[in-house]
Design a protein around this ligand. Structure first.
Ligand SMILES: [Zn+2]
Ligand SMILES: [Zn+2]
Length: 137
């Protein structure tokens, strides 16, 4: 299973029509769904949420629903408000730099602390940007 994840090109097939992926052929990866071949990728499909006609390859599958980009962003916004990352670093300066660098998209770093009973593992806490701004203004 791990080997399959690290080498998705080998033996992958289209999740829609089952066509096998071959070298040189264009396949598209749909987050939450898997690979689809080019002809299935450019097929027009409907967004499960707003009903907009979009190309299949622009969809994102979230909790079993196929969403267009706009709906996916909206759905994601109603989801997680906080995020955590673990960072390995010997000093706080570089830990801070790494924490800022690895911030998830749309999140702001709000805290960094040394993990309990650890000398070089840090816990960085992030908050969603819009919530962060709401709280601070
Ligand atoms: Zn296909
Ligand atoms: Zn939509």
């Amino acid at each position: 299973m791990l080997g399959h994840l690290s080498k998705p090109e080998a033996g992958a097939s289209c999740r829609v029509c089952g066509k096998e992926m071959r070298k040189g052929e264009q396949f598209h990866y749909i987050t939450g769904f898997g690979y689809v071949c080019h002809s299935c990728g450019i097929q027009g499909v409907e967004c499960d949420s707003c009903g907009a006609k979009v190309r299949r390859m622009t969809l994102t599958v979230l909790r079993g629903r196929s969403l267009c980009l706009t709906c996916y962003r909206r759905e994601r916004e109603t989801g997680e408000k906080r995020a955590m990352r673990e960072i390995k670093s010997a000093d706080i300066q570089s830990a801070l730099g790494m924490a800022l660098e690895s911030a998830p998209e749309g999140f702001k770093l709000i805290g960094l602390r040394l993990k309990t009973s650890s000398k070089d593992m840090w816990q960085a806490e992030y908050e969603r940007e819009d919530i962060f701004e709401m709280r601070c203004s």
